[in-house]
Design a protein around this ligand. Sequence first.
Ligand code: DC
Length: 247
Amino acid sequence: MSTDFRSQESDRKELGGSAPKIIVAIDGPAGAGKSTIARHLARHFGLLNLETGAMYRAFALKVLRTGLALDEWSAADLQRLAGETIIHLVPTSGENRVFLDGEDVTGELRNAAVTDAASRVSVFPPIRAWMVRLQQQMGSAGGVVMEGRDIGTVVFPHADVKIFLDAAPEVRGMRRFEQMGAGQRGAKAEQQPEEVIRELRERDKRDRNRADSPLKPAEDAVVLDSTDMTLAEAVKAAERIVEARLA
Ligand code: DC
């Protein structure tokens, strides 16, 4: 199990020379606007943006590529596969590029099959332990916005700023639907909004109820509910939360 972050320091310079060394943790369910907000905060405050979901997705892709159905995997087998896997996250000024065993798989991580598999592999404690370790290495120098499900609770419980983003499932589902190109809606290119919402609820349930580090706000997180906000308003609100902390 390993990863490679050689390019991070040069990215950090490109993205904002004298960036503050803070850690901003952004957690929340799918479709709450985490990626948009994290990307904006990174650009605005000169931080590295690290999307931890992309790491789970990359590993899920590796599992899917074996051709074995996910319910045929034991935790031990998954752990063995993880031991042969190198995930490399490259922050850029936009979304992260993700390398799986040296191959750029960024374009393959957002389809319905990988989305579902990522949520399933993320319930396995050895996989979580591996990911958490990698994420702690990546963020330990500070100057990062890290987004995921357990950043403020498990990965960086002492993060300087913790934001828990939420919104009603219907609102999140519609946002997801609108973001998805037909090519990302899985084999069924014409997936309807109701189906996107239903799948999102299933994922929510799995993420919130898993035994190991379930999705929940850290006690000291600022909860930002964007149900009645535009994404632009939520971005502004998040910016003010970080500014208040920096001040
Ligand atoms: O944020 P995302 O939709 O790309 O995440 C994909 C899946 O990965 C999500 O269903 C749960 C899992 N995940 C996790 O368990 N912990 C994280 N820190 C990030 C993602």
